[in-house]
Design a protein. Sequence first.
Length: 704
Amino acid sequence: MAKEVLLEDTNSLQREAILHTKGPLLVLAGAGSGKTRVITCKFAHLVKKKKFVPASIFTVTFSHKTADEMRERISQLTESDVRNTWIGTFHSQCNRILRKEIKALGYKSDFSIYDEDDQCNLIRHILKELNIYEALYKGVSSRIGILKASLISPEEFLSQGDGFSFDEKLGRVYLKYQDELKRCNALDFDDLIMSTVRLFEESPDILKKYTALFPYILVDEFQDTNKAQYRLLQLLSSAHKSICVAGDDDQSICKFRGAEVNNILSFEKDFPEATIIKLEQNYRSTQNILDVSGAVIEKNPDREPKKLWTDKGCGDKVCYCRFNTEDEESRYVARTIKDLYLKNNYEYDNFAILYRINLQARAIEDALREEDIPYHVISGTSFYHRREIKDLLSYMRIALNHNDNVSMRRIINSPPRGIGASTISKIEQEAKKNSVGLFAAMNTVLKSNSIAPSLKEKLQDFVKVINTLSAATYKTAADMLKDIVERTGYIEDIEEERLQNIMELITSAENVSVKDFLEKVSLTPPTSGDVPRKSSVSMMTLHCAKGLEFPVVFIVGVEEGILPYFKAIEEQSEMQEERRLFYVGMTRAKDILCLNGVKKRKLYSKVQDQEPSRFLVDIPKTCCQWVEKAVPQESAMALKPTRLAPKLSAAHAYIVGSKVKHPAWGVGIVRDCHEDGGDTKVTVNFPSVGLKRLSVRHVHLEKM
């Protein structure tokens, strides 16, 4: 493949980054500047021009979707099979290493991977056992995750405590939590990274093996790495220093997960010989959007300065509107979306509504329904973390790993078997007394005479199901799931929506081995859930918007206490993160960006006076159209949409998106249809004359 093909449609700085192969490289890539493309083309260049073996390039990014897209694009560029290459997330890469090497840390290679739900369930159990307030489990789980991201072990944490504070209690929970994980032969998400770092630091021979295996390292979204991930990269590149990282410190918004924005600054210190290339040409947004977002983010100290530019032109000015109430704000957003849609400028999936907290969604949903606009809330909850899905996956895990106590506790009464709390407590005590798993303890209890015959029969039936599943050989994971459903009676009397989810799970498991399927779902983070749907408006928090882009973006609630969030106002580092969050939201917009706020908003069951966000002060008014006064009450009705009448029957309705023919104007596309006083009114876009609102009673339209 000629070099020109690899570098096609790249700018001079992108080309420089792609062709640089000697020594460490830091690519500071602004929003929409094509950093993932650089990583992808660089991989192809290393293979085609520098003759690297594809499986020798350790490549990490932060989502499975990006990794899959990268793998597909590299396959096209290199005309080679890249299925077995090391392209994936940090967690999937570390899992792959640990499956081969974890015996050196005293684990078995068939360890389970606990997700956030499993982690919380285990911590709740430990808090209860230690007589610590059980409702603290989420905070404790978060703190333990941050400690692991910072490579702080339970022993190290306890040695720092004074013996009397809550931190000492946290240390005891953390210590017991790690002991329980070891007993269950399980790791949580943060352990995957931390354990790999520990493996390399404690086993120089293993580290040497992997530094030799990976002579080049590529890292996308470097700004979102935490201390543990950065240490892993340092270890893997310690022998050759051939590492390229690409990131944007202005888009680091994962501090709550332990991400260290300073890793970019640290890279320059830890690799003093590094070449630094800045990508500042933006291919997504108009110049007005870039100037507004740039003016906001440049107020953050300790950042790498970047001046984004585009050849797309200035575009529309950014619009800022302030209303009396959240209902007026929401109606304005819905009406604007409807008008842009009816003018045939945009489809519904071209719109995104972003907000800081989920509480803001209610009023927006009401307004969209009022206008009969289809929408989709991206909640960030993965399909694989729904209750019924987790239950069936727990059956699979306990069948493969009898020591998995978390899965055992989850399914012992799912579906209901009448095994009461006292019986479960007896099994727990037996497990603790003999230092064994719950499944082994259950077998011991069954051999005793301490339980009633009817209860013994229920336990025996459960044990038989698990043993049968363990002993069976399944061609695919779908076969195993069907067997679980049949043997457990799980889908009896189940509601339709949950049944559909189970059917979808089984479909997704076809043609995949049990081991590979469990690996895949175990490595799916809880925030990799819903994706924007076609023909519907996307609604999501600003955190969920990372990595997405839309032609039209509304950011609602640009007010003090919401954006920036009130909990961040007293802490400088938190305020900087809020500013980055706002920046990320604004740079999702390609053509139109609307910022909205209100004077009064109902929050936590109380109507509060709201002040405009301090971030708005930084926006240059030359790039923004300001409507700073609240909408007067008498004109607020102009924003209120007319409630649509019930939909027409299928026999008479003109379906939105269908074609109709007008006797004079020719063929057009139906953009809206509703009934008005017994007459059908349609809005049709005709290429020859534009948008027309017509009465079907008075105009003959031929359906096509």
